[in-house]
Design a protein around this ligand. Sequence first.
Ligand SMILES: [Fe+2]
Length: 166
Amino acid sequence: MAINNLKELYLAELKDLYDANEQANATIEKLIPAASDSGLKDALKQSITGTKKGNEHLKSILDSHGEGVGNVTCKGMKGLTKEAEEHVLKEEYGDDSVRDAMLISQYQRMAHYAITGYGSVEAFAKRLDLLEDAKKLETCKEETMEGDLKFTKLAQDGINKAAKAA
Ligand SMILES: [Fe+2]
């Protein structure tokens, strides 16, 4: 389907991001049992809740434009989730903290995809004078960024140090 203007691009990107979030959450559910650090497990669970909240906002924004969430598959997130599952669940690890470090690395790839997605739709909403939408999307972006920072701290303050270095 042709995208003829920024409004149509905006709606298409909202749907793509909604699907990306759904895919990410399904994969994170699968990764939680593989985490050995309890703080990491908790952070992953919190991220699922945060992403669900984000998708409620995306759904309500789409509703307000008379659109459903659609039936799109985000190919970018499809690749990221496949990579995450392969690296975390299929590779063998001689050290649990090294697996946790891999899990964080894969998680952050998915989180950053969502952050950039929120950033784009927020910018489109502003250009379209959809200021309420923009505000909601900015909140989603900031909450995802804050969540992501927790993973950076978990890695740098504990898990990377606990991991067998060489
Ligand atoms: Fe996508």
